[in-house]
Design a protein around this ligand. Structure first.
Ligand SMILES: Nc1nc2c(ncn2[C@@H]2O[C@H](COP(=O)(O)OP(=O)(O)OP(=O)(O)O)[C@@H](O)[C@H]2O)c(=O)[nH]1
Ligand SMILES: [Mg+2]
Length: 386
């Protein structure tokens, strides 16, 4: 076992707390485990234990043994709310079931049972179980595919409405949900002090200072050395990131591993093949500055904030606004409209109206709008150049 900050993090199991005592040592821990009262489980900080080692440890120590895969899976299972998250967890469980089955069959074989044919089927017990697992996997994959198609549809509808999309991402527990809650006032959001509190990608509307509506996407947190089969089943939820207009990378600057966490997040983004335009416009936010006296960011372009105390949010919103205007190609224009025509109501419908200065004598108004180049083209065609 190793004892680094990350293994401490595995304490935050929230409601599903089942591993309560953590022993950290670099030598054979058997003695210590047996002598320490109140140990109910042991976490071994490796990606996957073989079923054989797991059984040997459990027999030697007399307690349940977890590896990174089973701990993360356990947290996921406790936090999954939507159908998609639950399906993804069932999919992630399959490799675990498969290797357990292999091990059980090897045991049975020693007693001469596992490879015997059953009935007249021509299949051994092992083959039947493998086939059932395969069928289960196919069913889950096809259900997930259906949900994915639905998400594609939602995404294209979102695009149609032309609301810019800002994806908020970062290491687990860095404060993504807290930040989106502060930016949008969405009281339905529930930040929690535990790993993977957010398992589903959710979307929340917020307004920028220029009154433009943007959609903030809350994403699943990253974790270093996340078992790769788990990443595979959850990477679909992260795919949405590629389709955003802007990325906001939130960092928990008070965390002792904050630098490694940043490296990990950037690596995951690299593997996801995020378009270069999104990587270069990404805003880095240093969160939880309330926990550090006189915080000074090492990276000059980073924005220091406290999502919890709602500090630094104006500067962040202004930075989001600047990048969104750049990346979406939207124009900010002052248009003179004739109030006896439907120009103003057209603009309310097709663009974001920021300000209206009425000139009653002339029956006109100067309207400041944020408008896409395409909508501006349609406006000129319909009402002429002004
Ligand atoms: N002191 C302090 N705590 C914060 C701040 N922002 C968030 N937190 C706390 O950090 C914990 C995690 O916050 P969340 O918003 O759930 O973090 P998350 O990044 O969404 O986490 P996951 O969804 O699990 O990846 C909660 O206990 C928050 O109250 C902050 O600015 N200052
Ligand atoms: Mg969250």
């Amino acid at each position: 076992m190793t004892g680094n900050q990350e293994s401490q993090d595995y304490h935050h199991l929230g409601d599903c707390d089942s591993t309560q005592t953590l022993i950290t040592c670099a030598f054979d821990p058997s003695e210590k485990i047996r002598q320490t009262a109140g140990i109910t489980a042991v976490f071994v900080n490796v990606e996957r234990l073989s079923p054989l080692s797991e059984r040997e440890f459990e027999e030697a120590w007399g307690v349940k043994v977890f590896d990174r895969y089973s701990v993360v899976l356990h947290i996921f299972r406790c936090n999954a709310k939507t159908k998609e998250a639950k399906l993804q967890i069932s999919l992630a469980e399959i490799p675990l079931l498969r290797s357990r089955l292999k091990n059980e069959m090897a045991n049975l074989d020693q007693q001469g049972g596992g490879s015997r044919y059953i009935g007249g089927s021509g299949e051994t017990l092992y083959e039947v179980q493998q086939r059932l697992l395969k069928e289960r996997e196919m069913k889950i994959r096809s259900a997930l595919e259906k949900l994915r198609k639905k998400r594609h549809l939602l995404r294209s509808q979102r695009k149609h409405k032309e609301f810019p999309v800002v994806s908020v991402l970062g290491y687990t527990n860095c404060g993504k949900t807290t930040l989106i809650k502060a930016l949008t006032g969405d009281s339905g959001l529930q930040p929690r002090n535990q790993l993977f509190a957010t398992l589903d990608v959710t979307v929340h509307a917020g307004q920028l200072p220029n009154r433009m509506t943007v959609l903030y996407v809350d994403t699943i947190g990253f974790l270093s050395q996340l078992p790769h089969q788990l990443i595979e089943s959850f990477s679909a939820t992260l795919e949405d990131i590629k389709h955003s207009d802007l990325l906001v990378h939130v960092r928990d600057i008070s965390h002792p591993e904050t630098v490694n966490q940043k490296v990990n997040v950037l690596n995951v983004l690299k593997n996801l093949q995020i378009p270069e335009r999104l990587m270069s416009s990404m805003i880095e936010v240093h969160n939880k500055t309330d926990l550090i006296d006189n915080y000074q960011a090492a990276e000059p372009s980073a924005l220091p904030i406290s999502a919890l105390e709602e500090r630094g949010l104006d500067e962040l919103q202004r930075a989001v606004e600047e990048q969104i205007v750049k990346s979406t190609g939207k124009l900010i224009l002052d248009l003179t409209v004739n109030l006896s025509t439907p120009q103003l109501s057209w603009l309310y419908k097709e663009a974001t109206v920021q300000d209206v200065q009425v000139n009653a004598d002339e029956g006109s108004a100067v309207v400041r709008v944020i408008i896409s180049a395409a909508a501006h083209g349609r406006y000129k065609k319909q009402f002429g150049e002004r």
